[in-house]
Design a protein around this ligand. Structure first.
Ligand code: NAD
Length: 285
């Protein structure tokens, strides 16, 4: 049940559990139920072999449907979903996993992530223990987290004895996350970048558009290439087929060391999303 990277045009990285994940995947946050099937199909047609969804996105059923209809062997698509905040806790996680799998219509999952740490609820360690049990049963290939800060990771590692395979975090040129990336590298955690294009905002940055013009590439391609060369796993989203293809066409050019440094210098530690240290949406009731 390991993803067979040799069947894909996208380079992969090896996770700390020995499984492989494509370096470029496709995100479906805020893609409506009606759009999801066509959008995921367009991504698979363009060559993406990794799809990132979440229980919270409300489109797991459509993602699963599109993947099954496309008809690739199961081990040629890497599927990620995430446990929503309100389902944290040991038993509730086991139940939520079954619900997600029923919606996806798949018999195993490649990667399951705790969507947010929600430190105020203090349930992420128990949640992760349920992830470990599901992995031991062979229901999930790899387990990891999302939006975990260094202190959350340190506690998880200390209390479960296991280092997550992936931490999916907000990461783009305005929020380059150098310290957290260094911590990941030290501990063998793969860094996966969400909002890799700053949800579109970074595409208008004059430094980015300048480099794009200079090398005859689009701003989105320049930023995706910056992620890949930093060693990030990257999951841009678009619902427009031409952009879906454009964002995939990033393996035939390279940024120079100087261009990489210029983009990294845009870091102002500015988030487009919530602060993981305090975010607790979904747990109000
Ligand atoms: P993104 O940075 O991928 O930006 C997407 C937006 O950029 C699109 O809606 C579109 O407006 C624009 N865009 C994309 N390609 C373009 C192109 N070639 N030209 C012009 N404009 C273009 O933002 P995102 O969707 O928030 O993040 C990507 C994925 O990360 C999500 O779909 C989701 O799977 C994941 N995510 C995870 C979390 C989390 O908490 N773990 C949070 C947000 C997103």
């Amino acid at each position: 049940m390991t993803f067979r990277s040799e069947t894909s045009a996208v380079p992969s990285i090896i996770l700390n559990d020995g499984n492989v994940i494509p370096k470029l995947g496709f995100g479906v946050f805020q893609v409506s139920e009606t759009e999801t099937s066509a959008t995921v199909t367009a991504a698979l047609e363009a060559g993406y072999r990794s799809i990132d969804t979440a229980a919270l996105y409300g489109n797991e059923a459509e993602v699963g449907h599109a993947i099954r209809e496309f008809g690739l062997p199961r081990d040629e698509v890497f599927v990620t979903t995430k446990l929503r905040n309100s389902d944290q806790g040991y038993d509730s996680t086991l139940q939520a996993f079954e619900t997600s799998m029923q919606k996806l219509g798949l018999d195993y999952l490649d990667l399951y992530l705790i969507h947010w740490p929600v430190p105020s609820a203090d349930r992420f360690v128990d949640t992760y223990r349920a992830f470990q049990a599901l992995k031991a049963q062979g229901r999930i290939g790899s387990i990891g987290v999302s939006n975990f800060n260094r202190d959350h990771l340190e506690r998880l590692i200390a209390e479960t004895g296991e280092t997550p395979a992936v931490n999916q975090i907000e990461l783009h040129p305005s929020l380059a996350q150098p310290e957290l990336r260094a911590f990941h590298a030290e501990h063998g955690i793969a860094t996966e970048a969400w909002a890799p294009l700053g949800q579109g905002a970074e595409l208008k940055d004059p430094t980015i558009t300048g480099i794009a013009q200079e090398i005859g590439r689009s701003p989105a391609q320049v930023i995706i290439r910056w992620h890949l060369q930093l060693g990030n796993v990257v999951i841009p989203k678009s619902v427009t087929p031409s952009r879906i293809q454009e964002n995939f066409d990033v393996f035939s050019f390279e940024l120079t060391t100087e261009q990489m440094q210029i983009i990294s210098a845009l870091d102002t530690a500015t988030r487009v999303g919530p602060d993981p240290a305090v975010f607790a949406v979904g747990l109000e009731n």
